[in-house]
Design a protein around this ligand. Sequence first.
Ligand code: SF4
Length: 441
Amino acid sequence: MSKKLLLKDAHIEGIRYFETYRKQGGYTAAEKALKMTPEEILEEVKTSGLRGRGGAGFPTGMKWSFLAKPEGVPRHLVVNADESEPGTFKDRYLMEFLPHLLIEGMLISSFTLGSNVSYIYIRGEYSWIPDILEEAIEEAKAAGFLGKNILGTGFDCEIYVQRGGGAYICGEETALLESLEGKRGNPRLKPPFPAVKGLWERPTVVNNVESIAAIVPIIDITGAEYAKIGVGRSTGTKLISACGNINKPGVYEIDMTITVEEFIYSDEYCGGIANGKKLKACIPGGSSVPIVPANLLLRTVNGEPRYMNYESLADGGFATGTMMGSGGFIVLDEDQCIVEHTMTLARFYHHESCGQCTPCREGTGWMHKILKKIEKGEGKMEDIDLLWDIQRKIEGNTICPLGDAAAWPVAAAIRHFRDEFEWHVKNPELSQTQNYGLANY
Ligand code: SF4
Protein backbone atom coordinates (compact mmCIF):
# COMPACT_ATOMS: atom_id res chain seq x y z
CA MET A 1 0.00 0.00 0.00
CA SER A 2 1.33 3.43 -0.94
CA LYS A 3 2.22 5.86 1.82
CA LYS A 4 -0.18 8.80 2.07
CA LEU A 5 1.15 12.28 2.67
CA LEU A 6 -1.32 14.59 0.93
CA LEU A 7 -4.58 12.67 1.16
CA LYS A 8 -4.06 11.03 4.55
CA ASP A 9 -6.84 13.13 6.13
CA ALA A 10 -9.03 13.56 3.04
CA HIS A 11 -11.65 11.14 4.40
CA ILE A 12 -12.16 13.08 7.66
CA GLU A 13 -15.49 14.86 7.84
CA GLY A 14 -15.11 18.63 7.97
CA ILE A 15 -11.40 18.60 7.03
CA ARG A 16 -12.23 21.44 4.64
CA TYR A 17 -12.64 23.73 7.66
CA PHE A 18 -9.87 25.29 9.73
CA GLU A 19 -10.95 23.85 13.08
CA THR A 20 -10.89 20.23 11.91
CA TYR A 21 -7.73 20.70 9.82
CA ARG A 22 -5.98 22.23 12.84
CA LYS A 23 -7.10 19.39 15.13
CA GLN A 24 -5.44 16.95 12.70
CA GLY A 25 -2.14 18.80 13.07
CA GLY A 26 -2.74 21.38 10.36
CA TYR A 27 -0.53 24.50 10.32
CA THR A 28 2.12 22.89 12.56
CA ALA A 29 4.40 22.68 9.50
CA ALA A 30 3.83 26.42 8.97
CA GLU A 31 4.65 27.13 12.63
CA LYS A 32 7.85 25.09 12.25
CA ALA A 33 8.77 26.77 8.94
CA LEU A 34 8.28 30.29 10.25
CA LYS A 35 10.92 29.59 12.92
CA MET A 36 13.39 28.61 10.17
CA THR A 37 15.16 30.93 7.74
CA PRO A 38 14.02 31.03 4.09
CA GLU A 39 17.41 29.55 3.14
CA GLU A 40 16.88 26.60 5.49
CA ILE A 41 13.43 25.91 4.02
CA LEU A 42 14.84 26.12 0.50
CA GLU A 43 17.48 23.54 1.44
CA GLU A 44 14.76 21.20 2.76
CA VAL A 45 12.83 21.52 -0.52
CA LYS A 46 15.99 20.85 -2.54
CA THR A 47 16.87 17.85 -0.37
CA SER A 48 13.35 16.44 -0.81
CA GLY A 49 13.91 16.10 -4.56
CA LEU A 50 10.34 17.35 -5.17
CA ARG A 51 9.67 17.75 -8.88
CA GLY A 52 6.95 20.04 -10.22
CA ARG A 53 3.65 18.19 -10.28
CA GLY A 54 2.07 20.20 -13.08
CA GLY A 55 3.61 18.23 -15.93
CA ALA A 56 7.19 19.25 -16.63
CA GLY A 57 8.68 17.56 -13.55
CA PHE A 58 11.27 20.32 -13.02
CA PRO A 59 12.89 20.27 -9.54
CA THR A 60 10.96 22.73 -7.36
CA GLY A 61 13.92 23.70 -5.15
CA MET A 62 16.00 24.57 -8.21
CA LYS A 63 13.13 26.62 -9.66
CA TRP A 64 12.87 28.56 -6.41
CA SER A 65 16.61 29.20 -6.35
CA PHE A 66 16.38 30.92 -9.78
CA LEU A 67 14.11 33.64 -8.37
CA ALA A 68 15.74 37.03 -8.89
CA LYS A 69 15.90 39.30 -5.82
CA PRO A 70 16.51 42.86 -7.00
CA GLU A 71 16.52 45.43 -4.20
CA GLY A 72 13.12 46.98 -3.50
CA VAL A 73 11.17 44.99 -6.13
CA PRO A 74 8.26 42.87 -4.81
CA ARG A 75 8.27 39.15 -5.63
CA HIS A 76 5.27 36.89 -6.12
CA LEU A 77 4.17 33.31 -5.77
CA VAL A 78 1.45 32.31 -8.22
CA VAL A 79 -0.25 28.94 -7.84
CA ASN A 80 -1.30 27.47 -11.15
CA ALA A 81 -4.73 25.94 -10.52
CA ASP A 82 -5.80 26.20 -14.15
CA GLU A 83 -6.09 22.42 -14.36
CA SER A 84 -7.50 21.95 -17.86
CA GLU A 85 -5.50 19.05 -19.28
CA PRO A 86 -7.99 16.42 -20.45
CA GLY A 87 -8.02 13.51 -18.00
CA THR A 88 -6.53 15.52 -15.13
CA PHE A 89 -8.54 16.40 -12.03
CA LYS A 90 -6.25 15.81 -9.04
CA ASP A 91 -5.78 19.52 -8.19
CA ARG A 92 -9.55 19.97 -8.14
CA TYR A 93 -9.73 17.20 -5.52
CA LEU A 94 -7.04 18.83 -3.38
CA MET A 95 -8.63 22.29 -3.52
CA GLU A 96 -12.16 21.04 -2.96
CA PHE A 97 -11.46 18.73 -0.02
CA LEU A 98 -8.18 20.00 1.46
CA PRO A 99 -8.08 23.77 0.81
CA HIS A 100 -6.09 24.45 4.00
CA LEU A 101 -3.31 22.10 2.83
CA LEU A 102 -2.84 24.39 -0.16
CA ILE A 103 -3.09 27.58 1.93
CA GLU A 104 -0.56 26.24 4.44
CA GLY A 105 1.78 25.23 1.61
CA MET A 106 1.38 28.71 0.12
CA LEU A 107 2.18 30.38 3.43
CA ILE A 108 5.42 28.39 3.79
CA SER A 109 6.34 28.93 0.13
CA SER A 110 5.52 32.66 0.22
CA PHE A 111 7.69 33.07 3.33
CA THR A 112 10.56 31.25 1.63
CA LEU A 113 10.30 33.25 -1.59
CA GLY A 114 9.57 36.59 0.08
CA SER A 115 6.15 36.97 -1.52
CA ASN A 116 3.85 39.24 0.48
CA VAL A 117 1.06 38.98 -2.09
CA SER A 118 0.43 35.55 -3.59
CA TYR A 119 -2.22 34.36 -6.01
CA ILE A 120 -4.19 31.27 -6.94
CA TYR A 121 -5.19 31.36 -10.61
CA ILE A 122 -8.02 28.85 -10.91
CA ARG A 123 -9.67 27.32 -13.94
CA GLY A 124 -12.94 29.13 -14.73
CA GLU A 125 -14.91 25.88 -15.05
CA TYR A 126 -14.14 25.04 -11.40
CA SER A 127 -16.82 27.56 -10.56
CA TRP A 128 -17.65 26.31 -7.06
CA ILE A 129 -14.07 26.03 -5.76
CA PRO A 130 -13.05 29.72 -5.42
CA ASP A 131 -15.69 30.09 -2.69
CA ILE A 132 -14.15 27.15 -0.81
CA LEU A 133 -10.66 28.64 -1.15
CA GLU A 134 -11.76 32.12 -0.15
CA GLU A 135 -13.51 30.76 2.93
CA ALA A 136 -10.31 28.88 3.87
CA ILE A 137 -8.26 32.06 3.35
CA GLU A 138 -10.59 34.00 5.64
CA GLU A 139 -10.40 31.28 8.29
CA ALA A 140 -6.59 31.20 8.12
CA LYS A 141 -6.52 34.98 8.40
CA ALA A 142 -8.82 34.98 11.42
CA ALA A 143 -6.50 32.45 13.10
CA GLY A 144 -3.42 34.61 12.44
CA PHE A 145 -1.89 32.42 9.69
CA LEU A 146 -2.37 35.06 6.99
CA GLY A 147 -2.46 38.85 6.97
CA LYS A 148 -0.12 41.14 8.90
CA ASN A 149 2.72 40.04 11.17
CA ILE A 150 1.95 36.32 10.91
CA LEU A 151 2.62 34.54 14.23
CA GLY A 152 4.57 37.58 15.38
CA THR A 153 7.33 37.03 12.82
CA GLY A 154 6.89 40.39 11.09
CA PHE A 155 6.05 38.55 7.85
CA ASP A 156 2.92 39.76 6.01
CA CYS A 157 1.12 37.66 3.43
CA GLU A 158 -2.15 38.04 1.54
CA ILE A 159 -3.55 35.42 -0.83
CA TYR A 160 -5.99 36.27 -3.62
CA VAL A 161 -8.00 33.91 -5.82
CA GLN A 162 -8.36 34.83 -9.49
CA ARG A 163 -10.84 32.97 -11.70
CA GLY A 164 -9.75 32.11 -15.24
CA GLY A 165 -12.01 32.63 -18.24
CA GLY A 166 -12.02 29.02 -19.49
CA ALA A 167 -9.00 28.99 -21.82
CA TYR A 168 -6.76 25.90 -21.70
CA ILE A 169 -3.76 27.97 -22.79
CA CYS A 170 -3.85 29.91 -19.51
CA GLY A 171 -2.38 26.82 -17.85
CA GLU A 172 0.87 27.75 -19.62
CA GLU A 173 2.68 29.87 -17.04
CA THR A 174 3.32 33.00 -19.10
CA ALA A 175 -0.22 32.98 -20.59
CA LEU A 176 -1.47 32.64 -17.02
CA LEU A 177 0.53 35.70 -15.96
CA GLU A 178 -0.83 37.71 -18.91
CA SER A 179 -4.36 36.74 -17.93
CA LEU A 180 -3.69 37.54 -14.27
CA GLU A 181 -2.57 41.00 -15.39
CA GLY A 182 -5.97 41.40 -17.06
CA LYS A 183 -4.82 40.83 -20.63
CA ARG A 184 -5.60 38.19 -23.26
CA GLY A 185 -3.88 34.95 -22.23
CA ASN A 186 -1.23 34.75 -24.94
CA PRO A 187 2.00 32.93 -24.01
CA ARG A 188 5.12 35.12 -23.85
CA LEU A 189 8.39 34.46 -25.59
CA LYS A 190 11.03 33.20 -23.14
CA PRO A 191 13.50 34.48 -22.01
CA PRO A 192 12.93 36.45 -19.89
CA PHE A 193 11.61 33.72 -17.62
CA PRO A 194 9.05 34.50 -14.91
CA ALA A 195 11.72 34.04 -12.23
CA VAL A 196 13.26 37.28 -13.55
CA LYS A 197 10.29 39.08 -15.15
CA GLY A 198 6.96 37.54 -14.26
CA LEU A 199 3.81 39.12 -12.92
CA TRP A 200 3.92 42.87 -13.69
CA GLU A 201 7.57 42.32 -14.66
CA ARG A 202 8.41 41.32 -11.11
CA PRO A 203 10.28 38.11 -10.18
CA THR A 204 7.65 35.38 -9.92
CA VAL A 205 7.50 31.68 -9.14
CA VAL A 206 4.61 29.80 -10.75
CA ASN A 207 3.95 26.39 -9.20
CA ASN A 208 1.25 23.77 -9.54
CA VAL A 209 -1.29 23.19 -6.71
CA GLU A 210 0.03 19.74 -5.83
CA SER A 211 3.66 20.95 -5.76
CA ILE A 212 2.78 23.65 -3.23
CA ALA A 213 0.63 21.28 -1.13
CA ALA A 214 3.62 18.88 -1.00
CA ILE A 215 5.70 21.55 0.79
CA VAL A 216 3.65 20.89 3.97
CA PRO A 217 4.70 17.22 4.44
CA ILE A 218 8.26 18.09 3.35
CA ILE A 219 8.59 20.54 6.23
CA ASP A 220 6.67 18.24 8.51
CA ILE A 221 8.82 15.12 8.05
CA THR A 222 11.96 16.87 6.63
CA GLY A 223 13.23 16.85 3.08
CA ALA A 224 15.53 13.90 3.77
CA GLU A 225 12.65 11.69 4.94
CA TYR A 226 10.51 12.80 1.99
CA ALA A 227 13.33 11.82 -0.39
CA LYS A 228 13.35 8.28 1.07
CA ILE A 229 9.80 7.74 -0.23
CA GLY A 230 9.62 6.68 -3.87
CA VAL A 231 12.57 5.70 -6.00
CA GLY A 232 15.52 7.41 -7.70
CA ARG A 233 14.61 10.93 -8.84
CA SER A 234 10.90 10.17 -8.37
CA THR A 235 10.73 11.09 -4.71
CA GLY A 236 7.72 11.52 -2.45
CA THR A 237 4.16 10.72 -3.42
CA LYS A 238 2.21 11.63 -6.55
CA LEU A 239 -1.48 12.17 -7.12
CA ILE A 240 -2.91 10.38 -10.12
CA SER A 241 -6.38 11.03 -11.52
CA ALA A 242 -7.46 7.81 -13.20
CA CYS A 243 -10.29 7.69 -15.73
CA GLY A 244 -11.50 5.94 -18.86
CA ASN A 245 -12.50 2.26 -19.12
CA ILE A 246 -11.63 1.21 -15.56
CA ASN A 247 -13.73 -0.06 -12.69
CA LYS A 248 -12.69 2.57 -10.15
CA PRO A 249 -12.02 6.01 -11.62
CA GLY A 250 -10.79 8.53 -9.04
CA VAL A 251 -7.85 10.33 -7.49
CA TYR A 252 -5.13 8.13 -5.98
CA GLU A 253 -1.97 8.93 -4.08
CA ILE A 254 0.88 6.62 -5.02
CA ASP A 255 4.47 6.46 -3.83
CA MET A 256 5.92 5.81 -7.32
CA THR A 257 7.28 2.34 -6.45
CA ILE A 258 4.23 0.45 -7.73
CA THR A 259 4.07 -1.03 -11.22
CA VAL A 260 1.68 0.21 -13.91
CA GLU A 261 0.10 -3.26 -13.91
CA GLU A 262 -0.58 -3.05 -10.18
CA PHE A 263 -2.06 0.42 -10.57
CA ILE A 264 -4.47 -0.67 -13.30
CA TYR A 265 -5.51 -4.06 -11.94
CA SER A 266 -5.26 -3.81 -8.16
CA ASP A 267 -8.47 -3.18 -6.20
CA GLU A 268 -6.63 -0.54 -4.22
CA TYR A 269 -6.43 1.63 -7.36
CA CYS A 270 -8.22 1.29 -10.72
CA GLY A 271 -9.69 -2.16 -10.02
CA GLY A 272 -9.13 -3.51 -13.53
CA ILE A 273 -10.66 -2.83 -16.93
CA ALA A 274 -14.43 -2.24 -16.87
CA ASN A 275 -16.83 -4.94 -18.15
CA GLY A 276 -14.11 -7.58 -18.23
CA LYS A 277 -12.58 -6.08 -21.39
CA LYS A 278 -8.95 -6.16 -22.38
CA LEU A 279 -6.55 -3.24 -21.99
CA LYS A 280 -5.74 -1.66 -25.33
CA ALA A 281 -3.76 1.48 -24.55
CA CYS A 282 -3.25 4.23 -22.03
CA ILE A 283 -2.27 7.87 -21.88
CA PRO A 284 -0.35 7.92 -18.62
CA GLY A 285 0.05 11.63 -17.97
CA GLY A 286 -2.77 13.72 -19.44
CA SER A 287 -3.68 14.19 -23.10
CA SER A 288 -0.43 15.95 -24.03
CA VAL A 289 1.75 12.89 -23.55
CA PRO A 290 1.86 10.15 -26.20
CA ILE A 291 -0.54 7.22 -26.14
CA VAL A 292 1.11 3.92 -25.19
CA PRO A 293 -0.12 0.50 -26.39
CA ALA A 294 -0.78 -2.15 -23.71
CA ASN A 295 2.31 -4.27 -24.43
CA LEU A 296 4.67 -1.30 -23.97
CA LEU A 297 2.69 0.11 -21.10
CA LEU A 298 3.05 -2.87 -18.79
CA ARG A 299 6.66 -3.76 -19.65
CA THR A 300 9.65 -1.80 -20.85
CA VAL A 301 11.33 -2.77 -24.14
CA ASN A 302 13.77 -4.82 -22.04
CA GLY A 303 10.92 -6.83 -20.57
CA GLU A 304 11.24 -5.23 -17.11
CA PRO A 305 8.04 -4.27 -15.27
CA ARG A 306 7.12 -0.66 -15.92
CA TYR A 307 6.72 1.47 -12.80
CA MET A 308 4.52 4.47 -12.10
CA ASN A 309 7.35 6.98 -11.92
CA TYR A 310 9.04 9.62 -14.08
CA GLU A 311 12.00 7.48 -15.16
CA SER A 312 10.26 4.18 -15.86
CA LEU A 313 7.41 5.75 -17.83
CA ALA A 314 9.94 7.51 -20.05
CA ASP A 315 12.09 4.44 -20.48
CA GLY A 316 12.44 3.22 -24.07
CA GLY A 317 9.88 2.27 -26.66
CA PHE A 318 8.47 5.72 -27.18
CA ALA A 319 10.32 7.63 -29.84
CA THR A 320 8.67 10.84 -28.67
CA GLY A 321 9.01 9.91 -24.99
CA THR A 322 6.25 9.65 -22.47
CA MET A 323 6.00 10.75 -18.90
CA MET A 324 4.03 11.18 -15.74
CA GLY A 325 2.93 14.53 -17.16
CA SER A 326 0.08 16.05 -15.21
CA GLY A 327 -0.89 12.72 -13.63
CA GLY A 328 -4.02 12.27 -15.75
CA PHE A 329 -4.12 8.50 -16.37
CA ILE A 330 -6.55 7.70 -19.22
CA VAL A 331 -7.24 4.02 -19.91
CA LEU A 332 -8.69 2.73 -23.19
CA ASP A 333 -10.18 -0.74 -23.58
CA GLU A 334 -10.17 -3.00 -26.64
CA ASP A 335 -13.40 -1.48 -28.04
CA GLN A 336 -11.98 2.01 -28.44
CA CYS A 337 -11.04 3.51 -31.80
CA ILE A 338 -7.65 5.22 -31.72
CA VAL A 339 -8.42 7.31 -34.81
CA GLU A 340 -11.59 8.69 -33.24
CA HIS A 341 -9.80 9.28 -29.97
CA THR A 342 -6.93 11.12 -31.71
CA MET A 343 -9.41 13.20 -33.70
CA THR A 344 -11.15 14.29 -30.49
CA LEU A 345 -7.83 15.43 -29.04
CA ALA A 346 -6.88 17.24 -32.28
CA ARG A 347 -10.20 19.12 -32.18
CA PHE A 348 -9.46 20.14 -28.60
CA TYR A 349 -5.98 21.50 -29.36
CA HIS A 350 -7.19 23.31 -32.47
CA HIS A 351 -9.94 24.95 -30.43
CA GLU A 352 -7.53 25.92 -27.64
CA SER A 353 -4.67 27.26 -29.81
CA CYS A 354 -4.21 30.96 -29.08
CA GLY A 355 -3.32 31.53 -32.75
CA GLN A 356 -0.05 33.42 -32.23
CA CYS A 357 2.16 31.03 -34.21
CA THR A 358 1.41 29.69 -37.66
CA PRO A 359 2.50 26.03 -37.20
CA CYS A 360 0.15 25.67 -34.22
CA ARG A 361 -2.74 27.82 -35.47
CA GLU A 362 -2.83 26.26 -38.95
CA GLY A 363 -1.34 22.84 -38.19
CA THR A 364 -3.78 21.90 -35.43
CA GLY A 365 -6.69 22.76 -37.74
CA TRP A 366 -5.24 20.69 -40.57
CA MET A 367 -4.63 17.72 -38.31
CA HIS A 368 -8.21 17.86 -37.08
CA LYS A 369 -9.59 18.10 -40.62
CA ILE A 370 -7.55 15.16 -41.91
CA LEU A 371 -8.32 12.99 -38.90
CA LYS A 372 -12.02 13.74 -39.32
CA LYS A 373 -11.80 12.68 -42.94
CA ILE A 374 -10.01 9.42 -42.14
CA GLU A 375 -12.34 8.63 -39.27
CA LYS A 376 -15.39 9.04 -41.52
CA GLY A 377 -13.91 6.66 -44.10
CA GLU A 378 -13.21 9.47 -46.58
CA GLY A 379 -9.41 9.44 -46.29
CA LYS A 380 -6.67 8.20 -48.59
CA MET A 381 -3.44 6.43 -47.70
CA GLU A 382 -1.48 9.63 -48.51
CA ASP A 383 -3.47 11.44 -45.81
CA ILE A 384 -1.77 9.34 -43.14
CA ASP A 385 1.64 10.48 -44.40
CA LEU A 386 0.42 14.06 -44.68
CA LEU A 387 -0.74 13.89 -41.07
CA TRP A 388 2.68 12.61 -40.05
CA ASP A 389 4.35 15.41 -41.96
CA ILE A 390 2.19 18.13 -40.38
CA GLN A 391 2.84 16.98 -36.81
CA ARG A 392 6.60 16.95 -37.54
CA LYS A 393 6.39 20.55 -38.74
CA ILE A 394 4.59 21.70 -35.60
CA GLU A 395 6.84 20.01 -33.03
CA GLY A 396 9.55 22.34 -31.73
CA ASN A 397 8.48 25.26 -33.91
CA THR A 398 6.12 27.15 -31.66
CA ILE A 399 6.25 29.74 -28.89
CA CYS A 400 4.76 27.52 -26.20
CA PRO A 401 4.41 23.76 -25.58
CA LEU A 402 0.81 23.58 -26.83
CA GLY A 403 2.17 22.94 -30.32
CA ASP A 404 4.17 19.93 -29.11
CA ALA A 405 1.23 18.78 -27.02
CA ALA A 406 -0.94 18.75 -30.15
CA ALA A 407 1.69 17.01 -32.29
CA TRP A 408 2.76 14.20 -29.92
CA PRO A 409 -0.59 12.37 -29.60
CA VAL A 410 -0.90 12.27 -33.41
CA ALA A 411 2.68 11.01 -33.83
CA ALA A 412 2.24 8.29 -31.20
CA ALA A 413 -1.12 7.18 -32.60
CA ILE A 414 0.32 6.74 -36.10
CA ARG A 415 3.50 5.12 -34.82
CA HIS A 416 1.75 2.52 -32.67
CA PHE A 417 -1.63 2.12 -34.38
CA ARG A 418 -1.03 2.74 -38.09
CA ASP A 419 -3.08 -0.36 -38.91
CA GLU A 420 -6.18 1.37 -37.52
CA PHE A 421 -5.68 4.40 -39.74
CA GLU A 422 -5.24 2.09 -42.73
CA TRP A 423 -8.34 0.10 -41.77
CA HIS A 424 -10.43 3.28 -41.98
CA VAL A 425 -9.02 4.07 -45.43
CA LYS A 426 -9.53 0.52 -46.71
CA ASN A 427 -13.00 0.10 -45.22
CA PRO A 428 -14.85 3.34 -45.97
CA GLU A 429 -18.33 1.86 -45.52
CA LEU A 430 -17.53 -0.02 -42.34
CA SER A 431 -15.78 2.95 -40.77
CA GLN A 432 -18.96 5.01 -41.09
CA THR A 433 -20.99 2.55 -39.06
CA GLN A 434 -18.47 0.92 -36.71
CA ASN A 435 -15.29 1.81 -34.98
CA TYR A 436 -12.07 -0.11 -35.47
CA GLY A 437 -12.04 -1.56 -31.98
CA LEU A 438 -15.54 -3.05 -32.15
CA ALA A 439 -14.95 -4.39 -35.65
CA ASN A 440 -11.60 -6.02 -34.98
CA TYR A 441 -11.44 -7.45 -31.47
FE1 SF4 B 1 -0.41 30.01 -29.14
FE2 SF4 B 1 -0.16 27.54 -30.13
FE3 SF4 B 1 1.79 29.29 -30.41
FE4 SF4 B 1 1.25 28.32 -27.97
S1 SF4 B 1 2.01 27.15 -29.71
S2 SF4 B 1 1.69 30.43 -28.50
S3 SF4 B 1 -0.98 28.12 -28.15
S4 SF4 B 1 -0.28 29.44 -31.28
